[in-house]
Design a protein around this ligand. Structure first.
Ligand SMILES: NC(=O)c1ccc[n+]([C@@H]2O[C@H](COP(=O)([O-])OP(=O)(O)OC[C@H]3O[C@@H](n4cnc5c(N)ncnc54)[C@H](O)[C@@H]3O)[C@@H](O)[C@H]2O)c1
Length: 400
């Protein structure tokens, strides 16, 4: 367990899900995502040959493999070779995929490029990248000719464990994140953790922060497991250990989707920390990675819960210690982002209703407030502003 005495996670621990599986290289498992529609998730380490064999068995005219220039350099040769061994006709297309590229102009360019290259209703489009790239490619696939078959290959730990477990595809607008999009399910998801070897540590932390979020909103008995994970050297995880950890995070999200495949009721709890996180991510131009921005947002949401009379000070502090001390995330909101910036973006957030902006707030660790049946509550704007104003000072006071 962690050496930080300030963290008191005394929830009963649950055995992690991975113990049912052998994640040796080359072994692929498949499971239900519980989305609606529910694409199958094929998962493992070093399993690209399996993908090529599966594609060989699916009738199609051509595969359009969309990725970014860096990932193309890293991985396209070996993937193209596996495709060629299985007599697949494919072409690689690159796009820009930073958070700032998740916008209409880039989406339109990709759609026009695919049409120019004679994509047909018989084609298959593959999105190979992180959550930004797969959001853009998933949306393009849904739009072209009202829907081309799409396969999602997530290549960041965040997208392997979180963003691919959603049929939501979107680009950002001028006023905020994910403002334009739709639900469009891939044929299947293919997660090969071998592609994570080139990812940065902050990407890995981002995914673990979302995994902890799943425990905070739905299953506190998973928190001791994450404490043990955070005590290990995250930068030097063996592929098998990383694949196991990924599977456990996937299972924790799967449990939530099992309760609400629509992603619109209980699964709204997955947005814990996201209203603030999205604003921080948006205004940082993507320099604060998604999960790290969400971790900051969860601390803000925890303070709101405390001020509303729900979570205890100890429960709130546990957020700071888990993300700040153990995961070693900088929890401060960058000075360049003002409270007004955040509030303006929140007013354009997709959780805004006629009654005001709704927030996901915990009643206690492991349970969301749910006064109206949509797992969100309206919070007085002045209270939100006050918590945001105090946020960086709270980080200093709690973490020292
Ligand atoms: N649809 C959903 O429900 C959902 C859920 C969570 C997040 N998201 C979205 O996902 C995005 C964040 O995704 P992300 O965290 O995967 O980050 P990202 O897509 O921004 O990728 C981060 C960086 O890593 C690079 N990269 C990707 N794979 C790599 C690899 N294997 N090796 C080296 N570099 C690699 C990317 O090119 C990019 O520069 C946000 O836009 C967020 O809104 C969507």
């Amino acid at each position: 367990m962690t050496s930080n005495a300030a963290i008191k996670v005394d929830f009963s621990a649950k055995a992690p899900a991975h113990t049912q599986h052998d994640f040796a290289p080359g072994k692929m498992i498949s499971f239900n995502t519980y989305l609606r529609p529910a694409p199958t998730y094929y998962y493992g380490n070093d399993i690209i040959e399996e993908l090529a064999a599966m594609l060989h068995g699916i009738e199609h005219d051509k595969i359009f493999f969309v990725t970014n220039a860096v990932l193309k350099d890293f991985y396209w040769n070996e993937i193209a070779a596996a495709f060629a061994r299985n007599c697949l006709v494919s072409e690689c297309i690159t796009i820009d995929d930073a958070e700032k590229d998740k916008r209409f102009a880039n989406l339109e360019r990709l759609c026009e490029t695919l049409v120019e290259k004679f994509v047909t209703k018989g084609s298959i489009i593959i999105g190979f990248g992180g959550g930004c790239l797969t959001n853009i490619v998933g949306l393009a696939s849904g739009l072209i000719f009202r829907g081309i078959r799409y396969i999602e290959i997530p290549t960041t730990f965040m997208s392997v464990t979180d963003s691919c477990l959603s049929n939501k595809q979107a680009v950002n607008g001028r006023y905020g994140k994910n403002q334009y999009g739709m639900y469009y399910a891939p044929m299947f998801i293919f997660g090969d953790t071998r592609f994570l070897k080139t990812e940065s540590l902050s990407g890995r932390k981002s995914a673990i922060a979302e995994g902890i979020k799943n425990a905070l909103i739905n299953d506190a008995s998973l928190l001791p497991y994450y404490e043990d994970v955070l005590d290990t050297d995250l930068d030097n995880m063996k592929p098998r250990t990383l694949t196991e950890l990924g599977y456990n995070i996937i299972c924790s999200k799967q449990e939530i989707l099992r309760k609400d495949p629509s992603e619109k009721l209980f699964a709204m709890a997955l947005e814990y920390g996201h209203t603030f996180g999205h604003a921080i991510e948006f205004f940082s131009g993507g320099s604060v990675p998604h999960g790290i921005a969400v971790a900051k947002g969860m601390c803000v949401a925890a303070e709101i819960s405390n001020r509303l009379g729900f979570m205890s000070r100890e429960e709130v502090n546990m957020h700071y210690h888990m993300f700040g001390d153990s995961l070693r995330i900088d929890l401060k909101i960058p000075e360049s982002i003002s409270v007004d910036d955040i509030m303006d973006t929140i007013l354009a957030d997709n959780k805004k209703t006629a009654k005001g902006v709704k927030y996901v707030v915990l009643e206690k660790i492991g349970a969301c407030l749910n006064p109206d049946g949509d797992f969100q509550i309206c919070v007085d704007t002045d209270l939100v502003r006050s918590v945001l104003r105090d946020h960086n000072a709270s980080v200093d006071a709690i973490l020292g």
